[in-house]
Design a protein around this ligand. Structure first.
Ligand code: NAP
Length: 457
């Protein structure tokens, strides 16, 4: 696929970016490997942390300029772009402030002698990343691995090449040496060749199941460590004792944030029968109230989807869900604008034999399920191929905690939406992937946790 900037609001082609040749890819890999063998990776952590601090400052200072680049390239609301960039700077600062402590040797109690675990870089990593948080996804991989000393060659999604090249330029401007982070406009085949190369020691992938399983297979074939951050069809549970208005407000935000293109967005609303009618009518009113339009306009509340393919795929999914028996309770009407817009929609009566029951809808489409008991909630939540995150709304925190413990996902949030922060681990189970990004867990994914033992005298 060509690397192209197409404004999702106007459907105008802005720029086509040339692919990197095999020779350029080899040059990038050779530089990264040389860096790994150098004092930069093996020596003091301080110069690497200094780059992260400078990078955070640059991103904060250019928040508005970078936010516009994001919005013009993948269509999220300008306010959402600003918010993304704030978190991106926080991640860089978080690892700059904490990585030395996370990577310090940890002593091990044993009667064999004096033992400890050291944390050392393992080598060049390949990162393959999606477009929905075009700076955040890159920083989730860069910050911990720069701190740890692992150089990265990165393939960003082909619809956000401007973001990809600006991010690389920022890392360089922050003082990173050649090879620390190299953006590559490459094909899937070139990624396969990179993963197979003995100089590469790991692959970090965020995206869809299909791409994840290709990357994981390539990494597995060559015995390379991989982390996979895939999609989800997260539940948003509303118990009968919830603050219903709050649940609707937060649920609407979670489903429509970034036009519904968020891996941890609420996708299946699972509502206790006692409040189901009230919840559905309030959710419908909230969906009807959105203002669809230009994401640069501060008053817009729902922008376009990221690409024509994303919109067309979603239209197909909704049609298939309805033809398999679901009720289109609201929305999915035609939006008379030139870009990739999609009217938010609500599906009800999605039965287990409907393909929609197991699918991820990566756009502003909510499914609403009605349940009679808490056991039914757990059964429905866990009857999924995915296991990324989930939400429980209730005024009874003990009851919500008990449900949270029973839901098979990488995270559960109570009385708020699933979100992210540098100190909180991020990742899933089942087909949502494996491994964790962010937090102390994230920095430990691609380090050699090396045991050293001095025998007793
Ligand atoms: P995608 O098609 O899998 O694309 C993600 C990245 O993988 C892009 O850079 C893409 O490049 C690349 N890619 C695709 N096929 C490849 C292959 N065979 N070999 C190497 N690279 C390949 O994902 P998407 O549909 O754009 O993104 C949305 C998905 O990501 C959703 O399922 C969402 O839930 C998930 N996601 C998960 C998380 C998380 O942290 N768990 C976060 C964000 C998104 P091209 O663009 O060139 O195809």
């Amino acid at each position: 696929m060509a690397y192209q900037t197409i404004n999702p609001t106007t459907n105008q082609l802005v720029k086509t970016w040339p692919n990197h040749t095999d020779a350029q890819v080899e040059d990038a890999l050779a530089s990264a490997h040389r860096l790994y063998k150098s004092e930069w990776s093996k020596g003091s952590i301080q110069p690497r942390l200094a780059v992260l601090r400078k990078l955070a400052d640059l991103i904060d200072a250019r928040n508005e300029e970078l936010a516009r680049i994001i919005t013009l390239e993948m269509g999220k609301l300008i306010g959402e772009s600003r918010g993304e960039l704030q978190v991106v700077a926080q991640i860089a600062r978080f690892y700059a402030d904490n990585a030395e402590r996370f990577l310090a040797p940890v002593s091990v109690q044993t009667d064999q002698g004096d033992a400890w675990i050291e944390h050392q870089p393992i080598g060049v990593l390949v990162a393959v990343e999606p477009w929905n948080f075009p700076f955040y996804q890159l920083m989730r991989v860069l910050a911990p691995n720069m701190a740890a000393g692992n150089p990265i060659v990165a393939k960003h999604a082909s619809i956000v090449p401007h973001c990809a090249s600006v991010f690389e330029a920022l890392v360089t401007e922050a003082g990173a040496p050649k090879g620390a982070w190299t953006n590559l406009f490459v094909t899937a085949d070139q990624i396969g060749t990179l993963i197979a190369d003995p100089r590469v020691q790991g692959a970090a992938m965020t995206g869809s199941e299909g791409a994840g399983s290709v990357i994981a297979a390539q990494a597995g074939k060559y015995l390379k460590k991989s982390t996979l951050e895939m999609g989800g069809n997260d539940v948003f549970v509303v118990l009968e004792d919830s603050d219903l208005d709050k649940a609707v407000e937060v649920g609407t935000f979670s489903r429509l944030h970034v036009a519904g293109q968020e891996c941890i967005g609420a996708k299946r609303f699972v509502v206790r029968e006692e409040v189901a009618d009230a919840f559905l009518s309030k959710l419908t009113a909230a969906f009807k109230a959105v203002k669809i339009g230009d994401p640069l306009d501060e008053t817009t509340t729902l922008g376009p989807l990221s690409s024509a393919g994303a919109r067309d795929g979603l239209i197909k999914q909704v049609k298939a869900a309805v033809s398999s028996g679901a009720t289109l309770h609201y929305g999915a009407g035609v939006v008379d604008l030139p870009g990739h817009f999609f009217e938010p929609a609500i599906l009800t009566n999605v039965t287990r034999d409907n393909p929609a029951y197991f699918e991820e809808f990566f756009g502003p489409v909510a499914q609403v399920y009605v349940v009679k008991t808490d056991d039914e909630i757990v059964e429905l939540a866990n009857d999924s191929n995915y296991g990324l995150s989930g939400v429980v709304f209730s005024k009874n925190i003990e009851r919500a905690k008990s449900l949270a413990s029973r839901i098979e996902t990488g995270a559960v949030w109570i009385n708020t939406f699933s979100s992210t922060a540098p100190e909180l681990p991020f990742g899933g189970v089942k087909r949502s992937g494996y491994g964790r990004e962010l937090s102390e867990l994230g920095i430990k994914e691609f380090v050699n946790q090396k045991l050293v033992l001095v025998a007793k005298a």
